[in-house]
Design a protein around this ligand. Structure first.
Ligand code: GLN
Length: 537
């Protein structure tokens, strides 16, 4: 049995959005449940150095790691499935690769050579892939290649993994995820797009070992045989991936299809023990047999694209399962909310979340949602910009600071209750310069936050430039607001509460980045409990 790190590469064919991230995370989960030390990496072919400067409408949420990297949302799936932390090494973009190669060229590292895609860019990509394997004694590194095979921009990545197969031989495995479309008029599943997609891969010198086939209908034996024959894979290596009712079902579906067993066999990994999926199955059982149902409103400005708030939505699923509660999420566009119609949107919810965000568009609707939650004593959770909206709302409507605002939106406001952090003022570049990643937060005793965490020191992840303006601290405190969590080193107010309200919490950090299937986040769990109390009042 070999003991070297194994590398699994997952490519996608036919169309985008087939769920490579979920299939990769599911395979990783199964291998982890068999006792292997596994991590996952995403290679993104776009030229942005990271997704931090991208509008969420482009690729959905920007996920932040402990070490402050702004990354692709698939890293969120990896962490939620595996219950491990990822880092900046887990997400590599074309931009990052070129930036590094160009910096080396400027330093003279290439000793007068012509710098080319092959070998300089491909070597840089290979280094990034292998670096992850060397780090923490991983048994298996799964690398997901973004985009669809055949795209011009992913070619250097495909060439790099072809070379790695040549370099590492039996320690490398290729999995190709494709679509088997169903033609309803003829009632048939079609294999041709998959055949073509594999042909494209073969042109690049890659023979997939395993095909994972997304499908709306079950693949019968004949169809599996046909795919195997035309694509040069064993029949056992044609894995069906049927549409699932929840992404969290996918590991079990992949287990039934023996994806992990085939992978272990091919990579000479021990697969004699059954995977331990006890916690995972308990989570699913609670998820599928809830004893309660509640409605939660998520107020934001990117609600048309649900991926923009994916970590929040998933955190609510984790917390719902923990509380045996089905959470119906009402996605509400903040541009729609006005004084007159707020009640019609929010009267049937048992909890309101105001989402993170940037810029002025649709901010007034968010502030209205806070007011509705505060006045009607509905459980309220404000995250990042959501907390800042809570501060603005309180200043305007309780402290009589009529045009109070954040300087992000109104730099001339008479009451800048949210202002720019000192360290941010001297920065000129936008990319990677926010307050990012994990910071310590100290919690006051006898607060909602303390009841939630049962701890005085916590670590949570951040992504912001603006903060509560301490000039107004006493005004808020004198009127009953409690700042329950602080970064004492920099005197940053990280959380606000209103103790006279049943459950009102604004957090400058992002708890949603740390909720996992096996470790639902206590803030979301407590929020759902508060919602249940509200619903039964
Ligand atoms: N725009 C706000 C800031 O930069 C909030 C950021 C966020 O919600 N992530 O401080």
């Amino acid at each position: 049995m070999s003991t070297s790190t194994k590398y699994i590469f997952v490519t996608g064919g036919v169309t985008s959005s087939l769920g490579k991230g979920i299939v990769s995370a599911s395979l990783a989960k199964l291998l982890q449940a068999r006792g292997f030390n596994v991590t996952i990496q995403k290679l993104d072919p776009y030229i942005n150095v990271d997704p931090g400067t991208l509008n969420p409408y482009e690729h959905g949420e920007c996920y932040v790691t402990e070490d402050g990297a702004e990354t692709d949302l698939d890293l969120g799936h990896y962490e939620r499935f595996l219950n491990i932390s990822t880092s900046q090494n887990n997400n590599v973009t074309t931009g990052k690769i070129y930036q590094s190669v160009i910096n080396k060229e400027r330093r003279g590292d290439y000793l007068g050579k012509t710098v080319q895609v092959v070998p300089h860019i491909t070597n840089e990509i290979k280094e990034h892939i292998l670096k992850l394997g060397k780090g923490d004694n991983y048994d298996v590194v799964i690398t997901e290649i973004g985009g669809t095979v055949g795209d011009i921009e992913s070619l250097p990545f495909i060439e790099s993994i072809r070379q790695l197969k040549w370099d590492l031989g039996k320690d490398v495995l290729f999995i190709h995820l494709t679509l088997i479309p169903y033609l309803s008029t003829s009632g048939e599943l079609k294999t041709k797009p998959t055949q073509h997609s594999v042909k494209t891969l073969l042109e690049y010198g890659i023979q997939p070992d395993i095909l994972v086939c997304r499908t709306e209908h079950h693949l019968d034996e004949d169809l599996r045989k046909k795919i195997a024959l035309f694509c040069n894979v064993e029949k056992e290596c044609v894995i069906e991936s049927i549409d699932a009712k929840s992404i969290y079902e996918v590991p079990l579906l992949m287990f039934k299809e023996k994806l992990d067993a085939v992978v272990c066999q091919k990579l000479a990994l021990d697969f004699s023990k059954k995977p331990d999926l006890l916690k995972w199955n308990n989570f699913l059982e609670n998820l599928h047999q809830p004893t309660h149902t509640i409605n939660i409103a998520l107020v934001g400005k990117y609600v048309e694209l649900k991926d923009s708030y994916i970590s929040i939505a998933e955190s609510l699923i984790h917390a719902g399962s923990k509380n045996k509660t089905k959470v119906n999420l009402n996605w509400i566009h903040s541009s729609k909310l006005t004084d007159e119609n707020c009640a019609s949107y929010l009267e049937d919810v048992s909890g309101i979340i105001v989402a993170p965000g940037f810029g002025s568009r649709a901010i007034e609707g968010k502030i209205k949602a806070v007011e509705y939650a505060r006045v009607n004593e509905i459980p309220f959770l404000g995250i990042c910009l959501g907390m800042q909206c809570a501060v603005i709302e309180y200043a305007r409507n309780v402290l009589n600071m009529k045009d109070a605002h954040t300087v992000e939106i109104d730099s001339d406001t008479r009451f800048p209750v949210i202002s720019m952090m000192e360290e941010q003022k001297k920065l000129e570049k936008m990319g990677g310069t926010m307050r990012l990643g994990s910071y310590k937060c100290e919690i006051e005793n006898n607060t909602l936050l303390h009841r939630i965490y049962s701890n005085n020191i916590i670590d949570e992840r951040h992504r912001h430039r603006f903060e509560f303006n301490n000039k107004y601290l006493e005004d808020f405190q004198n009127s009953g607001v409690v700042f329950s969590g602080k970064n004492k080193k920099n005197q940053l107010m990280e959380t606000i509460e209103i103790p006279s309200h049943p459950w009102f919490l604004g957090v400058q950090f992002h708890p949603e980045y740390k909720s996992t299937v096996e470790n639902p986040h206590p803030i979301f769990s407590s929020f759902i409990q508060a919602g249940l109390n509200f619903a039964t009042k």
